[in-house]
Ligand binder design. Structure first.
Ligand SMILES: Cc1cc2nc3c(=O)[nH]c(=O)nc-3n(C[C@H](O)[C@H](O)[C@H](O)COP(=O)(O)O)c2cc1C
Length: 268
């Protein structure tokens, strides 16, 4: 009987000890995981704008010194004051949580839901890249449905707010080698220099099925589709056009074109 009790006590102690180790590892790693995710997002954001982090440069430091995050009211098409919404840092704005929130988010009517996201935040963070105080590029968070997953990424525009500076996706679950080729640097490079809007200011960028014929005049707006991944291609085409259009950043881009010379200073 005494021996049974002793065995029981040892088993109890070992299991308590083990669960303590597992729990504390989970808690400690959670914090590190969150930090790594944030760092990964920042690296993708900088890469979209063509700001290559030098081997020993700290992406967080580059982000702090060269990037200005603004929170944009999508319907009004102009910056909103994050404090009015109880948001401390627009760069830490959680798109998913905001789109689900009854006041920060709203349902998208089916006919307008080109990106297949059902709901959207009423506000989105956007990122102004500065060279000194001069505005040089604009980075826009974008997301929408692919085949297996929602793709989250960034599209950057040059100072003219027309020419694409770059695109990156920091999260998706498309198939490696098929839809996962959205991460292929060669494919991402095809976006650079494309004209997102036509002469009338309408969204004109498109990801086509197959390869772009460079001899055609519309080639300046077109990007090759991913071979064997028509559905991911269509998803990327639609999500980019959704976010650049009137339901996305369209009204803000119109406002920004008129305010490029009166932007708040970087350290304000
Ligand atoms: C295991 C598996 C994974 C696939 N993953 C993707 C994918 O990530 N993206 C995609 O568009 N199509 C994917 N497909 C292919 C689609 O089912 C579909 O056939 C394809 O989009 C059609 O493209 P195509 O007309 O270029 O062949 C996958 C198919 C299989 C069998």
């Amino acid at each position: 009987m005494r021996q049974a009790l002793r065995i029981f006590a040892v088993v109890l102690a070992v299991s308590l000890g083990c669960s303590l180790v597992v729990t504390s590892a989970a808690v400690l790693l959670k914090e590190r995981q969150a930090r790594n995710l944030r760092l990964d997002k920042i690296e993708h954001l900088l890469a979209a704008a063509g700001i290559a982090a030098e081997p020993d440069a700290d992406p967080l430091q580059i982000f702090k010194t060269r990037i200005q995050a603004l929170l944009v009211d999508l319907d009004r098409g102009r910056p909103a004051d994050p404090k009015d919404l109880g948001i401390a840092d627009p760069a830490a704005f959680d798109l998913r949580a905001a789109s689900r929130d009854p006041t920060l988010g709203e349902a998208i009517p089916k006919a307008l839901d080109l990106a297949g996201i059902k709901r959207r935040p009423r506000y989105m963070p956007v990122y102004l890249v500065r060279d000194g105080q001069a505005f040089s590029r604009l980075i826009l968070p974008i997301y929408g449905r692919g085949l297996w997953s929602t793709l989250y990424g960034y599209l950057a525009l040059e100072r003219d707010l027309i020419t694409v500076a770059g695109i990156t996706f920091y999260e998706h679950k498309e198939t490696p080698g098929l839809g996962g080729e959205v991460d292929n640097p060669r494919w991402k490079a095809l976006w650079r220099g494309k004209q997102a809007f036509d002469a009338q200011g309408q969204v004109a960028i498109e990801v086509i099925k197959g390869q772009v014929d460079p001899a055609r005049p519309e080639a300046v707006h077109q990007v090759d589709g991913l071979s064997g991944a028509t559905l991911t291609t269509r998803g990327v085409d639609r999500l980019v056009r959704y976010w650049l259009g009137s339901q996305g950043y369209g009204p803000f881009l119109a406002w920004l074109r008129n305010h490029l010379n009166s932007l708040p200073a970087l350290d304000e």
